[in-house]
Design a protein around this ligand. Structure first.
Ligand code: FAD
Length: 387
């Protein structure tokens, strides 16, 4: 691991404050309308582009902001405090940018990264399949070489941002035990060449942005689209899993943001709602719940920032990122559930935001490696380290 150039603290604070102010004024009160209608929030997307968030971690030499992982995690936390889907709109793009930066050839970096900074050329990440989620070895999507091209056939599942994307980081088998990552350029929309977004998945939460099933039928891509060039053949899974390690910090940051929102709403409601002659915040059962929620949010934030700081320092973060993702996502789910309980019957209605927080939190438990898989990875590492 190499260290990241640390963002000037004044610059980091200014960006985070700007995003925070925007979330407070333009997102918190409006997100539910988009969410309930499952509508893409174009106006919010435009503002994210204006902030430069699609190039947040892309190096300045390619036109990006070059922010460190800690600052980026703080931004993701703020976006998710307003609406977790906003973090999802930018996240697959960030995974792609990380993979291209780390493993792309000079030509791939020079041709793709400058187009990725302003949000007009967006990226999706496509590893999962109907029968290959945790078990990536069961992948069936295949690419077969034909001269200077590869022919791709197969079905990918859960492609978030797949329709609007212009670039798909596609993981496909190039031999029985060999997975390669292809930089598949496409037209935004449901079809492009042999690619079809065959089914838009209707989700419990994480709504407003599309997650689709995507099929490839004899779709041809140039040989030059292999991430890393000839050296990248057979290394796609390693490249993807290494980018997902950083992705776990972002999932943890999302969880912190949603948990903070749930705590904020629960606090406000507990002070306002009265039963038996006093605000419910003054019943010990509720005040203890609030105390536990605040402690979980605080701990989740610390473990997340700690992993981000270690990443920026160039340290190995496989254990830390997994722990942050595991702890923060479980904490967010518990905090969101408690926020619903504090809201009583109102918590069970779409009039209050807490029902959305509860619907959004399971994704952080499942996405980018389920928490069961995180526990396996953490335990394996602990056992190895203990000799
Ligand atoms: C809304 C959403 C968006 C997504 N977006 C993307 C995306 O953009 N790109 C992408 O590639 N993927 C995406 N995914 C896919 C996601 O990464 C997978 O859903 C996840 O990795 C789990 O895989 P699975 O759904 O196949 O579950 P499975 O692997 O079938 O797991 C089912 C259950 O079994 C458990 N399990 C599996 N194996 C083991 C084991 N060995 N030991 C113990 N427990 C085990 C799991 O923890 C889980 O509880 C998305 C998923 C969702 C829900």
């Amino acid at each position: 691991m190499t260290a990241t150039e640390i963002t000037d603290p004044a610059v980091a604070d200014a960006i985070v404050q700007a995003v925070r102010a925007w979330i407070d004024t333009d997102v918190i009160g409006k997100a539910d309308d988009f969410e309930h209608a499952d509508d893409f929030p174009q106006v919010m997307f435009d503002q994210m582009c204006a902030f430069g968030l699609f190039g947040a971690t892309i190096a300045p030499e390619y036109g990006g902001l070059g922010l460190d992982a800690t600052t980026y995690a703080r931004i993701i936390e703020e976006l998710s405090r307003g609406w977790m889907s906003l973090a999802g709109i930018v996240n697959t793009h960030k995974i792609a940018a990380t993979m291209i930066t780390r493993y792309g050839t000079d030509d791939q970096r020079a041709s793709l990264l400058p187009r990725m900074v302003d949000g007009s050329f967006r990226a999706a990440f496509s590893l999962s399949e109907p029968d290959a989620g945790s078990d990536t070895r069961s992948m069936r999507c295949k690419a077969v070489r034909d001269g200077d091209e590869w022919i791709v056939n197969g079905t990918k599942m859960w492609v978030t941002n797949g329709v609007r994307a212009s670039l798909v980081m596609l993981l496909a088998k190039t031999a029985d035990d060999e997975v390669t990552c292809f930089l598949v350029e496409k037209e935004p929309g449901n079809t492009s060449g042999g690619i079809t977004a065959s089914k838009k998945i209707d989700k419990l939460g994480y709504r407003g942005l599309e997650t689709v099933e995507m099929s490839y039928v004899d779709h041809r891509v140039p040989h030059s689209s292999i991430l890393g060039g000839d050296d990248g053949i057979g290394h796609g899974l390693r490249y993807a899993l290494s980018a997902l390690e950083l992705g776990r910090i972002n999932i943890a940051a999302r969880a912190v943001g949603v948990a903070q929102a749930a705590l904020d709403d629960a606090l406000a409601y507990a002070k306002e709602r009265e039963t038996f002659g006093k605000p419910i915040a003054h019943h010990q059962a509720i005040s203890f719940k609030l105390a536990e929620m605040a402690t979980k949010v605080h701990a989740a934030r610390l473990v997340t920032y700690d992993a981000a700081r270690k990443y920026d320092a160039g340290e190995r973060i496989d254990l830390d990122a997994g722990m942050a993702k595991l702890f923060a996502s479980e904490a967010a789910f518990e905090v969101a559930m408690d926020a619903v309980r504090i809201h009583g019957g109102n918590g069970f209605t779409t009039e209050y935001r807490v029902e959305r927080y509860l619907r959004d939190t399971p994704l952080m438990i499942i996405g980018e490696g389920t928490n069961e898989i995180q526990k396996m990875v953490i335990a394996r590492k602990l056992l190895a380290e203990s000799g």
